[in-house]
Design a protein around this ligand. Structure first.
Ligand SMILES: Cc1cc2nc3c(=O)[nH]c(=O)nc-3n(C[C@H](O)[C@H](O)[C@H](O)COP(=O)(O)OP(=O)(O)OC[C@H]3O[C@@H](n4cnc5c(N)ncnc54)[C@H](O)[C@@H]3O)c2cc1C
Length: 397
């Protein structure tokens, strides 16, 4: 085995330094022997034997890896918390972080996003043209993983999921129109061409509440979430912070309207801290340092996604009904505590008992033991397999 990794490292180094020097570089290695030594050292640790940062064409590198039977992983923003989702033990991790180019074409009103770009850089570039895209809500997350897994944004009730707005996926050299929810199963996506929307000023911000107000906040949240006609410009996130019992509300209203009626159930409560006002969507999102949980969506977002795709449904199998996407973010250090980690099962069972459980699992927040693609339904799984036959007929990915 060691020989294989060392050979692969040397071969890659030679290939890159001769034919691909201008497009790729080996992270932390300056010579073939150093590449080999690095592999040798890393063989005894968990993690990739080699990290390659790609600046342009990746197809040649994949050919080398596949020919030499070397396992590899793909990474864009590196924000997936799943072990080995965007990394690998004793293999090669190909980082797309240098594919960060963002551009805007005023004629087509499309933005081209390099897979390795971060959402903060995307919005900063598009601010120059007073347009935005349906994209991530936390600035440091990568374009590649978020979009390929489907992607939730503040604009979904208006325009559908992030993937619904992608017009072209550049897969290595090919350009495809169908990769919704397929993640890294079809190849390297190097560029996304996506629709843009003009959106200037919004209203929103955060409010923080003391623990004694939690029951009232949950009631208000229920009233907000079950309102018969949801305002598609209104986005609201409730963060229950277990460490000190406080609750943080995040409001994002996609028009410059102060304290819009959509958030009325919360106005009777008194926050201990408030920072709200008129800002651009980019400025508002840049205010929020934490991953917002849980995630919510309404039937409008499913219909809007369909409309964005010219009436064609994406491959996620979403039902056009109001729904709450919940996510539990928790970690623990001792395997003996694994059995206690059954909260997700309990919530799932309670929803099923109430006849309110939907099959769909949101890939972007899923855990590695969840069968995400199977949750899209049989027909959609077949559809994605057909796409795979076109782009990855040898099942490399
Ligand atoms: C702080 C935080 C905030 C978040 N906020 C949001 C949010 O607002 N909306 C939302 O929908 N999700 C959100 N997420 C979830 C996020 O979408 C996923 O974690 C996503 O995987 C991150 O994308 P990345 O490019 O940074 O990931 P990476 O870890 O680089 O990649 C994730 C997966 O995608 C694959 N992949 C990445 N790029 C490519 C490519 N070019 N070609 C083929 N496969 C590729 C990787 O192999 C890996 O399996 C958030 C996560 C965090 C940690």
């Amino acid at each position: 085995m060691a020989r294989k990794y060392n050979d692969a490292a040397t071969l890659l180094y030679n290939t890159i330094s001769t034919g691909l020097a201008d497009v790729a570089s080996l992270f932390g290695t300056t010579s073939a022997s150093q590449a080999t030594t690095t592999c040798e050292k890393l063989r005894h640790q968990l993690g990739p034997s080699l990290i390659i940062i790609v600046a342009a064409e990746v197809a040649e590198i994949v050919v080398v890896l596949v020919d030499d039977d070397v396992l590899f992983a793909i990474r864009s923003g590196g924000h997936s918390p799943m072990p080995f989702d965007a990394s690998i033990d004793f293999g090669v991790c190909i980082s797309l972080e240098n594919l960060y180019k963002v551009s805007y074409d005023a004629d087509t009103e499309l933005a081209s996003l390099g897979s390795g770009a971060r959402w903060g850089a995307v919005y900063t570039e598009l601010d120059k043209y007073n347009v935005t895209v349906v994209g991530g809500r936390i600035m440091d997350v990568g374009v590649g993983g978020l979009t390929l897994e489907s992607g939730l944004s503040y604009l979904i009730d208006l325009y559908g999921l992030v993937c619904d707005n992608v017009v072209n996926y550049e897969i290595s050299n090919l350009v495809s129109t169908d990769n919704t929810g397929g993640s890294n199963n079809f190849g390297f996506v190097t560029r996304f061409d996506t629709k843009t929307y003009s959106l200037v000023e919004c209203w929103g911000g955060i409010q923080v509440f003391t623990p004694d107000q939690t029951p009232a906040l949950l009631k208000a949240f229920h009233a907000y979430q079950t309102a018969p006609n949801k305002d598609p410009c209104a986005n609201m996130i409730i963060n229950l912070v277990p460490i000190n019992g406080t609750t943080m509300l995040t409001f994002v209203y996609l028009k410059p309207v102060e304290r819009p009626a959509a958030f009325a159930p919360f106005y009777a409560l008194t926050p201990v801290f408030e920072q709200t006002g008129f800002l651009t969507l980019h400025q508002l999102m840049a205010l929020f340092p934490l991953a917002p949980l849980p995630r919510l969506t309404c039937a409008d977002s499913v219909r809007a996604g369909r409309a964005s795709n010219g009436g064609v449904e994406n491959a996620l199998g979403l039902q056009a009904v109001d729904q709450t996407w919940w996510s539990v973010s928790v970690s623990w250090g001792d395997a003996a505590d694994d059995a206690a980690a059954s909260m997700a099962d309990k919530i799932g069972a309670a929803a099923a008992a109430a006849g309110a459980k939907l099959d769909y699992i949101f890939m972007n927040d899923a855990y590695s033991n969840q069968s995400v693609i199977a949750s899209y339904g049989e027909i959609n799984v077949r559809r994605l397999r057909d796409v795979q036959k076109v782009y990855d007929s040898d099942l490399v990915f």
